[in-house]
Design a protein around this ligand. Structure first.
Ligand code: SAM
Ligand code: SF4
Length: 338
């Protein structure tokens, strides 16, 4: 493996890629309306999902090319039965990357402690409303209390700073921005609003009704003084200090304030396809390499490394959502990994 270490994942625009988002499954325990329709059924076939050994080989090859953060996501990553083992094995790699996870939080009550013990560094938990009724309307599941308990479990497991991801939808929860921030500050969670993106399986996204970063900023500014935090780096969130304190709130303007110029992320889908962007319309197949019976492990690693390079080289300068010629990717966010 030493021979592969020298190669870095640098694209034709000079962006160095250090962050790999790994989707562990496309299945989910919620049906957030902006993500998938309540009757969604177009799941990836089980036999196409990567095994844990296959996942580990790809991640290790990535780490040997300079990946230093791996974010586990989905679908709902905590539905993967061997999630604790996956975390433990990634954390046990030599040159282990920072290991983070994005979850809807439903299974955290039982899993936060084992995940922290297995080597998880940080966690993002998604919650869009403080109302149990609205949660039910938004997700088609009556599981609000499980998320709240999951958040508390993550905190007591020492997974702080806990980031909370919120998507605002016009006429549904867009009146909750200040209340959500009050709640996050009280509980010591770091709140980040994400603009709704055209990546849902049901195709409900509409530019005319999406709640923009500017709107969120204006709404919060009615109640709080927000001061920009310098040094954003490759972070998708624009961060603001709240009322002159050290507490911050983030706004991720993926659509109206794209941050592609500093992007350092690559993505691996649960069926073994490498992607250079959430919005890519092409993918590089690494599952095929892993399952090629004519290759030994060393040949597989070399070919996977080459496919990482191919993916990076193909990366476009930006996602192009705002171009008239924009084409949404054929897969929804839940199958790519958010
Ligand atoms: N199930 C996990 C969760 O909800 O945190 C992880 C996967 S989910 C796809 C990751 C993040 O993407 C969540 O914070 C979710 O709110 C966000 N998301 C899903 N669909 C989105 C969309 N169309 N636009 C913007 N964010 C979206
Ligand atoms: Fe599931 Fe996350 Fe999509 Fe909600 S946003 S449906 S929790 S994958």
């Amino acid at each position: 493996m030493g021979e592969l270490r020298m190669t870095q994942l640098i694209d034709t625009y000079g962006r160095k890629h250090r962050n790999l988002r790994v989707s562990l499954t496309d299945r989910c325990s919620l049906r957030c309306t902006y993500c998938m329709p309540h009757d969604f059924a177009a799941w990836i076939p089980n036999e196409d999902l990567l095994t844990t050994d296959e996942l580990l080989m790809i991640i290790e090859v990535g780490v040997n090319q300079g990946i230093d953060e791996v974010r586990l996501t989905g679908g709902e990553p905590l539905l993967r039965p061997d999630i604790v083992e996956i975390v433990e094995r990634i954390a046990g790699l030599s040159n282990a990357p920072q290991l983070t996870l994005t979850t809807n939080g439903l299974r955290l009550k039982e899993l936060a402690q084992p995940l922290a013990k297995a080597g998880l560094s940080r966690i993002n938990i998604s919650l869009d409303t403080l109302s149990r009724e609205r949660f039910k309307t938004l997700t088609y599941r009556d599981r609000f209390n499980d998320v709240i308990e999951g958040l508390a479990a993550a905190k007591s497991a020492g997974l702080s700073p806990i980031k909370v991801n919120t998507v605002l939808l016009q006429g549904i929860n867009d009146d909750e921005a200040p209340a959500l921030l009050d709640w996050a500050l009280e509980n010591d969670y770091v709140l980040r609003f994400i603009e709704q993106m055209p990546l849902d399986a049901g195709g409900i996204w509409d530019r005319a009704t999406m709640v923009s970063a500017d709107q969120i900023f204006k709404e919060l500014s009615l109640k709080y003084t927000l001061t920009p935090v310098d040094g954003r780096g490759s972070s998708p969130a624009e961060e603001f200090y709240v009322n002159g304190t050290a507490s911050t709130v983030g706004i991720i303007g993926s659509v109206t304030r794209p941050f592609c110029g500093a992007c350092d992320r690559l993505r691996l889908t649960s069926d073994g396809q490498l992607r250079s962007c959430l919005f890519s319309i092409t993918e590089t197949d690494v599952r095929k390499v892993l399952r090629d019976v004519d290759l030994d492990d060393s040949a597989k690693r070399a070919e996977i490394a080459a496919r990482f390079q191919k993916t990076v080289i193909s990366k476009l300068p930006g996602h192009g959502i705002n171009d008239p010629s924009f084409i949404a990717p054929p897969r929804p966010m839940s199958a790519i990994g958010g």
